[in-house]
Ligand binder design. Structure first.
Ligand code: SAM
Length: 272
């Protein structure tokens, strides 16, 4: 019996999921994460930067603002790349958006000075292959920066509520949030990086209420939209109640607002 997960089927399922809704709307919430990562990478003019699983381009746009040259974003959802092109055009920034799977990037070895990914490569089902591609396209001495949700960063009960109603990842698949654990990332990069450091940072999402949060994510965020489709009209009340319970438990907003502050791991490494 073959215990290896079917990465191709899992990647196809991910692509279908991320193509639902419109992640470009949700991406506004994580602009500060991209800006923080771009600042930590200490970009300088004329560096070539790649943003892997860029969505509508938060990382690539943050990079283009700092390097005075063309930045590149790669993602496997064409509609998100189109939103990225609109954003870059509006800001008169030079960003090339390329359709690609993070596990099979269409770039030559050592093409980029800096490679970054914000809540992106973590979702590629084959973690080792995703990490391998980041390493391959980064020049020796170049930098890699990755932001990923932590396994215990606050959103775990939210993810668990979704899995409870929809079934989990395919057997043998590794959870995306392992990218939020430094030991796992160290193992993935191995001695292909000469140094690696990480920091747990807080993000922030403020909504009027749990209901507002769920309505928004249900409209725009592929994974939640998929969960509601999976439970159908008969399961929707229970899924909503579970999500509301988790969100209200997490909120630091008191009775004025629903505020969640999930933690993520920001990893910086130098390509050996
Ligand atoms: C949570 S969103 C983050 C998007 C963007 N990095 C940002 O910060 O706004 C996850 C993104 O990863 C992309 N993605 C997931 N798996 C991918 C893969 N295997 N190859 C390319 N893109 C992928 C999705 O299409 C989606 O745009």
């Amino acid at each position: 019996m073959n215990d290896q997960p079917d990465f191709k089927a899992a990647t196809d399922a991910q692509q279908t999921m991320w193509s639902k809704g419109d992640f470009a709307e949700v991406a506004h919430l994580v602009v500060p994460v991209a800006e923080t990562l771009a600042a930590a990478l200490e970009l300088i003019p004329d560096e070539r930067v790649l943003d892997v699983a860029c969505g509508s381009g938060n990382g690539a746009i943050a990079a283009a603002r700092r390097t005075w040259t063309k930045a590149t974003g790669a993602d496997f959802v064409p509609a998100l790349l189109e939103r990225g092109r609109e954003r870059a055009a509006a800001e008169r920034l030079d960003v090339e958006f390329v359709e690609a799977d993070a596990q099979n990037l269409p770039f030559d070895d050592a093409s980029f000075d800096v490679t970054m990914s914000i809540f992106g490569v973590m979702f590629a089902p084959d973690h080792q292959q995703g990490a391998g591609e980041l390493l391959r396209v980064t020049k020796p001495g170049g930098r890699i920066g990755v932001a990923s949700w932590c396994p215990d960063g606050g959103l775990q009960d939210f993810f668990a509520a979704i899995v409870k109603h929809t079934g989990g990842p395919p057997p043998g698949a590794v959870p995306p949030v392992l990218w939020g654990d430094e030991a796992h990332v160290r193992e993935l990069f191995g001695d292909s990086v000469s140094d690696l450091r990480s920091e747990r940072l807080k993000s922030r999402q403020a909504f009027r209420s749990a209901e507002h949060y769920i309505d928004f994510f249900r409209d725009y965020f592929g994974p939640i939209k998929t969960a509601f489709e999976a439970v159908g009209p008969e399961g929707e009340q229970e899924l909503t109640a579970d999500l509301e319970r988790v969100l209200d438990g997490l909120s630091t907003g008191g009775d004025k607002a629903l505020v969640v502050e999930p933690e993520y791991l920001q990893v910086l490494a130098t390509r050996a």
